[in-house]
Write a protein that binds this ligand. Sequence first.
Ligand SMILES: Cc1ncc(C[n+]2csc(CCOP(=O)(O)OP(=O)(O)O)c2C)c(N)n1
Ligand SMILES: [Mg+2]
Length: 332
Amino acid sequence: MTTSLERRNSLYGNDLACYERMVEIREFEKITNALFAEGSIRGTTHLAVGQEALTLGISSTLKPNDVVAATYRSHAIGLALGLSPESVLAEIMGKATGCCGGVGGSMHLCDTTVGLLPTSAIIGAGIPVAAGAALAFQVQKTDQIALALFGDGATNIGAFHEGLNLAAIWKLPVIFICDNNVYGEYSRIEKTTPIEDLHIRAESYAMPHMSLDGMDIHAVRSGLTDAINRARTGGGPTLIEAKTYRFSGHSRADQALYRPEGELKEWQKKDPLLVTEKDLIKRNLITRNEIESMKENMVSELTAVAKKVANDPEPELSAMFSNIWTPSKVAI
Ligand SMILES: Cc1ncc(C[n+]2csc(CCOP(=O)(O)OP(=O)(O)O)c2C)c(N)n1
Ligand SMILES: [Mg+2]
């Protein structure tokens, strides 16, 4: 069986493997949505359809011993970093075979073998966690870096400002990536945020910052590479704003009827899968027919995974009390 780390390592320097993983994420999200719709999964889910170039840009550029703190919208970054569709889907379906034994669910994925720190439903929570991990790397004098991936809405949260301030003042090896997907929950960005270009918020912390096209994996890699070089050589943090778009609603129940007419269609012209396909075909790395059969195979593979996972065992009740830390002595 392929391990998370092997899945992760297969991406480096391999544009075709990155594209295939993007296809995997797209089809995985579609299947997950369908399973929710038919009532096979409890709880909720947040899809990242349309944001695949960003997640693959991150996973194919960071080293596997770097760490990533992400959000409740993390099936995509989990798969991109190397988690198997089986372990992610089993977690979402509350099965013991899931990456957290089925007690976390869709919003709480984790696999430290590929650097995915526990994901969280609390907006902005990953930002100080990433800064904390970066502080540990700085103290331990390793060359690792931490990356926080969060949404546009998170830049209005106190944790964002505290995390950036601390990282800047201590020159921590951390990269903050804001996926500006134009919406926070059900609100378009101008309803909640007085500026359009969120990366300029880093100016308040004298931190280097940039905006890039989050629909293009090459743009993501190139911006990230500069930030990584700075972080690894003691230059401190960077704020990157990746302009992207959430093709689906906020969560599974949301049809996104609040979107202006035509907006989705405009962004779909920049669909990261289309952009990557065009690039790969132009470079003679794949043909249109090969793309079609890759997609068909992916759908059959993922359908088989979903069938298998549906029959996996649920966790024992006692699993609720595993992995809980309590101090042996409480100081009064
Ligand atoms: C601290 C906190 N406040 C409010 C919420 C409710 N909430 C859930 S998602 C969301 C919007 C987040 O938008 P954004 O950061 O842009 O991420 P996206 O959903 O677009 O990925 C809000 C306000 C929350 N989960 N945590
Ligand atoms: Mg958003």
